[in-house]
Design a protein around this ligand. Structure first.
Ligand SMILES: [Cu+2]
Length: 572
């Protein structure tokens, strides 16, 4: 029975009925996407968005593992466009990055993407030309597994989060270039200064202010672009529109969260419900039960919830900097609305956090690829609870963000979102919780390490890697078949969600062959993170921070993977 249903579903997807049955399991689905402009009103003012088939977000594509897809993408804009299939393993010339994978799609022309799906799970697609993604060009991809779902559920909804601005993205960027904290209206006030004086005393307060000033940074500078210009959307709808997912009490609901924002990390809660995380970036993980999770730009998380009461529940996604929120509703009937929790106080990055983060930096691999990983991933012990209390003893050299390894503080390299707001939620998902549900067959020690320092100059709003922006940098060269450890050292005070095209990043959470496999790895301010990349795809690939304005200003690299027989081919 199960098999017949599955086959019927496959046929519906393919758009054929019985004719295709003979061809199973190989099938070919043809899809048409027409990229165009369209007037939208998300804030009370009419603006122009970029849409696919007239919809914002673009249509959800539902595929099946093993399927060969052909997508005809037609450009009706008066500028070039492109679609990148985010997280999908495919031949590099189908990856959709202009200037790397292919030339882009000129106005009036059609490009056909073709590839076979060798994976399942929740992914998404988005424009990779200029800043079209910020203007609405993104959609979800759901690939059903060929061998059936691991987890049973009664309903299945996609929850695509995004950030919409009425301002043109080029204007946003030019404002940031003139003044990097243009959108940061949550700066500390003179009242905060006097409160700090009474809490911390004169010396500590002044030292704190001076140190931040030297860095040309501000502890409230959590996000470059904020709710001042952004309206946060769920499936293209603002909070007032109350996008609703229906359920019957007792049902088990799968929610596929996709963060399709240009710049916004979200903290997601559904007050009154436990959230069971079952997939990260389309990959099955050992289920983890949490009250809240942070979703970085371009990540996906699949979760299960089981609402038992016939009432409305809020799906509440707070922008990480607390400058606004996206919101949807889980309810037994349309028109219901849950009580929405207030935004929590904005977080501050403390200098002590930054110092602790630098303590995590155990250098450029001199200690071997797994240095520091044997230790339990525990946060530094709490001090007396006063932020910045370590200031008097602070090593200011560390704050200059030199590459100085601090011995003796190993083992804190685990990305641990939970620490930042552990006091306001019972259980917050951290990367350290992620464990692959399947053992990776090809797991082995890395052959070599490449250290990538995430750098930036806030006063000119230039973001870079190892101090160089894309236009100044040589490509990173890898060899097919090798396993490379990338060590990301974040020397800035911004989060950077790093996206590698075409290959997986096995995030080192200390679980060896069960390390979670991700297409985006978020690196927090001051943090060092290790990922191992099985180099199993030849060609030229993009690697970049997925914050659009960071990518645009230089935090981007081309990665060239030499095929195994490159030498032979050159000779032929
Ligand atoms: Cu991407």
């Amino acid at each position: 029975m199960q098999t017949v249903n599955a086959m019927i579903r496959q046929c519906r997807i393919a758009g054929f009925w019985l004719a295709i049955l003979a061809a199973l399991p190989v099938q070919a689905g043809s899809y048409e996407l027409v990229i165009d402009e369209k007037a939208v009103n998300l804030t009370g003012r009419e603006r122009t968005a970029i849409t696919a088939n007239g919809s914002l977000p673009a249509p959800t594509l539902r595929w099946r593992e093993g399927e060969e897809v052909a997508l005809r993408v037609t450009n009706r804009l008066d500028e070039p466009t492109s679609i990148h299939w985010h997280g999908i393993v495919l031949p590099y010339d189908m990856d959709g990055v202009p200037g790397i994978s292919f030339p882009g799609i000129p106005p009036g022309e059609t490009f056909t993407y073709r590839f076979r799906l060798m994976q399942s799970g929740t992914y998404w697609y988005h424009g990779h030309s200029a800043m079209q993604e910020q203007l609405g060009l993104m959609g979800a991809i759901i690939i059903d597994p060929s061998e059936g779902e691991t987890h049973a559920y009664d309903r299945d909804y996609t929850v695509m989060l995004s950030d919409w601005s009425d301002e043109n993205p080029h204007r946003v960027l030019s404002k940031l270039k003139k003044q990097s904290d243009y959108y940061n209206f949550q700066k500390r006030t003179v009242f905060d200064f006097y409160r700090d004086l009474s809490d911390k005393g004169f010396q500590e307060t002044m030292a704190d202010r001076l140190a931040w000033g030297e860095m040309r940074m501000d502890p409230t500078d959590i996000a470059d672009v904020t709710g001042y210009t952004y309206t946060f959307l769920v499936n293209g709808q603002n909070p007032a529109a109350n996008w609703t997912a229906l359920f019957k009490p007792g049902e088990r609901i799968r929610l596929r969260f996709v963060n399709a924002s240009a710049m916004t990390h979200f903290d997601v809660r559904i007050p009154g419900l436990k959230i069971r995380v079952i997939q990260a970036d389309g990959q099955n993980v050992e289920p983890v039960e949490v009250d809240e999770f942070r979703i970085a730009v371009a990540e996906t998380y699949d979760v299960l919830v089981e609402p038992r009461d016939a009432r409305a529940y809020a799906i509440f996604a707070e922008a990480m900097d607390r400058s606004g929120h996206a919101q949807a509703t889980l309810a037994p009937r349309r028109g219901m609305r849950a009580e929405v929790p207030p935004l929590r106080p904005r977080p501050l990055v403390s200098l002590a956090d930054m110092a602790a983060a630098h303590g995590m930096d155990h250098g450029s691999g001199a200690e071997g690829p797994h240095a520091g990983m044997e230790h339990a991933p525990e946060p530094p012990p709490p001090t007396n609870g006063h932020e910045g209390h370590a200031m008097a003893d602070m090593d200011h050299a560390a704050m200059q963000h030199q590459a100085s390894p601090h011995a003796g503080h190993e083992g804190h390299a685990m990305p641990d979102h939970g620490q930042e707001h552990a006091d306001t939620a019972e259980r917050v998902l951290s990367y350290a919780d992620l464990k692959s549900a399947e053992k990776h067959e090809d797991w082995r020690e890395p052959d070599r390490e490449i250290v990538l320092r995430l750098t930036g100059t806030m006063n000119r709003y230039v973001w870079s890697i190892n101090g160089k922006k894309y236009s100044e940098a040589e490509p990173i060269r890898l060899k097919y078949g090798e396993r490379v450890r990338f060590t990301y050292i974040n020397q800035t005070m911004m989060n950077h969600p790093l996206h590698l095209h075409g290959m997986w990043q096995d995030l080192d959470t200390g679980k060896g062959p069960f390390n979670p496999r991700k297409h985006v790895v978020n690196v927090k301010p001051g943090e060092t993170v290790h990922v191992d990349v099985p180099v199993d795809a030849s060609g030229e690939w993009a690697f970049h921070c997925h914050l659009v304005y960071h990518m645009e200003t230089g935090m981007f690299r081309k990665i060239i993977v030499e095929p195994p027989d490159a030498a032979a081919k050159k000779g032929a």
